[in-house]
Design a protein around this ligand. Structure first.
Ligand SMILES: [Zn+2]
Length: 382
């Protein structure tokens, strides 16, 4: 996958390759030959920014339109916010460290999440017809606002590369034993739209994965015996499910049965991802006050975590080999830095998003429990 190393702000002789205005026919250009003209410049405290005129739609734009820090008052905060979010920082802690308003990291987290979502879509588009390994599927359990509103996130990880191929939310009803007080509280909560729960989430996940499998080959799926995985796999003739049901385990510390060992070995890549998420994303720690309030915002942060896992982090920290999961699947030649991840802005109309990904990008997956749900519906904003 071609992805520049140098941030666009640092490129001396920047030449736009397409028009950034989404209504322009030149917005979707993939090949060379975009016609534009220089149109002066404007100065900032740090540097001068060149402006351009599109010779097709006659509208103007600047180099900054192609930057992830487009329209930001404090562009220097974007990179440290990404790193701090992934280092287990909660929003207010990040705001105190970076000396900015507490709302700033929240807004930047949303922007970073949208960028990560688009980057993830671009990466998976490059992997079409190139998936050459079995994938491990499991749902990561978390909740929005209250434990009364739990949801799972379908996580698909490559069995050999440990590349995260997909994330998909699956809201479901609260289960387990409840006290009378909890039952009463649950009854007073507004109804949530479950959008098909686990089954629809697994179905969507398989639908997104199948185009990655080469023609004439099957998708080998490893799961933990959840009944909906078998149901969803049965609907797809090219999906072969290998089930490793969770066996009963004795008290903590007791030796594992052979079935438990086989399950742990088969599910290791996805178990490791879940452990990493609980360890390095503040919102998914157990018993934290940084818990996520909105499903949409949590998914944004999970996409950021997936990009970090795939491109920035080494596949294994224990082995001193600087190889990332993206390098294993042939998307990158070296480990990426956060600077490189944020080196270019991506445009929603130029990437192929699934319906759910579009919903998440627009922040249209609202949390009914909360009175206000801001959507991302600005026409030109990033
Ligand atoms: Zn144009």
């Amino acid at each position: 996958m071609d992805w520049p190393r140098t941030p666009v702000e640092r490129v001396q002789l920047f030449r736009p390759a397409f028009c950034p205005w989404s209504g322009c026919p030149e917005h979707h250009r993939r090949d060379r030959g975009y016609r534009f003209r220089r149109h002066g410049f404007y100065g900032t405290l740090r540097r001068t920014v060149p402006r351009f005129l599109c010779l097709t739609c006659r509208r103007t734009f600047s180099r900054q339109t192609f930057s992830t820090s487009y329209y930001l008052k404090r562009p220097e905060l974007l990179l440290p916010t990404a790193a701090a979010l992934q280092a287990g920082g909660a929003l207010r802690q990040i705001a105190r460290t970076l000396t900015c308003a507490p709302s700033t990291p929240a807004r930047l987290a949303a922007r970073l999440g949208r960028h990560a979502l688009l980057l993830h879509c671009r990466a998976t588009a490059h992997l079409r017809g190139r998936l050459s390994e079995p994938v491990v599927l499991d749902h990561f359990e978390t909740f929005e606002f209250s434990q009364d509103c739990p949801f799972g996130v379908a996580t698909v990880v490559g069995a050999r590369s440990w590349f995260v191929y997909g994330l998909d939310p699956a809201p479901h009803a609260r289960s387990g034993r409840l006290t009378a007080r909890q039952k009463h509280r649950l009854a007073t909560r507004p109804r949530r739209e479950l959008r098909g729960g686990y089954r629809a989430s697994t179905r969507r996940t398989l639908k997104n994965l199948l185009p990655l499998v080469p023609e004439g080959k099957n998708l080998h799926l490893i799961g933990d015996g959840h009944p909906v995985y078998a149901l969803a796999a049965a609907e797809q003739p090219r999906a072969l499910l290998h089930s490793f049901p969770n066996p009963p385990r004795g008290p903590k510390g007791s030796p594992r049965s052979p079935a438990a060992r086989a399950r742990d070995q088969a599910m290791f890549p996805v178990d490791l991802l879940h452990a990493l998420l609980r360890h390095s994303v503040a919102h998914h720690r157990r018993e934290t006050i940084a818990f996520g309030r909105r499903l949409n915002a949590l998914l944004e942060r999970l996409f950021l975590a997936a990009v970090w896992r795939n491109f920035v982090k080494k596949r294994s920290e224990r082995r001193p080999v600087p190889v990332s999961p993206a390098m294993q699947v042939g998307l990158a030649r070296e480990l990426w830095t956060w600077r490189r991840v944020l080196s270019r802005r991506l445009f929603r109309c130029r990437e192929s998003l699934s319906t759910i990904q579009r919903t998440l990008y627009d922040r249209a997956w609202t949390t009914t429990l909360l009175p206000r749900n801001l959507r991302h519906d600005r026409v030109h904003a990033y």
